[in-house]
Design a protein around this ligand. Structure first.
Ligand code: NDP
Length: 248
């Protein structure tokens, strides 16, 4: 299926995990993909792997999504390299867990700046051209933590709840221009981010998942590609949970 032929996508946090799976899936369905990570090597590795299967489909860029000026510059470079952007997937994210009582200002700021401001930075970098071309798809990767809250993740849950508010607001602002804005809220997905959690936490989370197993990055890629596809043209402002039934 080539649902994304002649389309260009930006995927942030595409250096590994969920973002890598999203970038690979979009490319496998015909998209040209700008793969963004913080480190040069991670997005370069993913772009190389994509190009080995779909020659010329991917390019790698390294930028800290929290750095507005740097994002503007990379955004301009992406438009120069690809000519247009049809799909933006804001997936870059970090955790700095700790109880609110002891959470440092630095940990609060780092998570909000990366997860929430980083998404807004990329949205502003693509918004004007999308409005001009009168089409676009924006998908923000939130989290079930943004819906339910999670002890030890005040910064992370606030950033993800913020992303959901941002999604709804932009859906209202941009729907008249044929631009849809949606969020995907993953549950517990097997990546580097969750790999470091203690076994006791993993067992506790598992007991809350009706399907009785953790998700794979490809499960999130399936939801994202659906929301980015023509099939989802009448869906905007929504948050799709992909979590084995954890939140219902
Ligand atoms: P990983 O830690 O595996 O990968 C994160 C990616 O984001 C990396 O490529 C990393 O770059 C990039 N990144 C982090 N900070 C920045 C930054 N400041 N600028 C640019 N890129 C950055 O995470 P996951 O794949 O697990 O998570 C992806 C998204 O899904 C996140 O937003 C996360 O919050 C969300 N999510 C994940 C869940 C899970 O269970 N895994 C559950 C719910 C939501 P680099 O490779 O260079 O380090």
């Amino acid at each position: 299926m080539n649902r994304f032929e002649n389309q260009t996508a930006i995927v942030t946090g595409a250096g590994r995990g969920i973002g890598e799976a999203i970038a690979r899936r979009l490319a496998s369905e015909g998209a040209k993909v700008a793969c963004i990570s913080r480190s040069e090597s991670n997005s370069a590795k993913v772009a190389e792997a994509i190009n080995a299967v779909h020659p010329g489909a991917a390019r790698a860029y390294a930028v800290d999504v929290a750095d507005k000026k740097a994002v503007e510059a990379v955004g301009a470079q992406i438009f120069a390299d690809f000519g247009k952007v049809d799909i933006l997937v804001n997936n870059a994210g970090i955790t700095r867990d700790g109880l609110a009582m002891r959470m440092s200002e630095e940990d609060w700021d780092a998570v909000i700046d990366t997860n929430l401001k980083g998404a807004f930075n990329f949205i502003q970098a693509v918004m004007r051209p999308m409005i001009k071309q009168r089409s676009g798809r924006i998908v923000n990767i939130a989290s079930v933590a943004g819906l339910m809250g999670n002890a030890g993740q005040a910064n992370y849950a606030a950033s993800k709840a913020g992303l959901i508010g941002l999604t709804k607001t932009l859906a209202r602002e941009l729907s008249g221009r044929n631009i849809t804005v949606n969020a995907v809220a993953p549950g517990f997905i097997k990546t580097d981010m969750t790999d470091v959690l203690p076994e006791a936490i993993k067992t506790g989370v598992l007991s809350q998942i009706p399907m009785g197993r953790f998700g794979e990055p490809e499960d999130i890629a399936s939801a994202v590609t659906f929301l980015a596809s023509p099939e989802a043209k009448y869906i905007t402002g929504q948050t799709l949970t992909v979590d084995g039934g954890m939140v219902m």
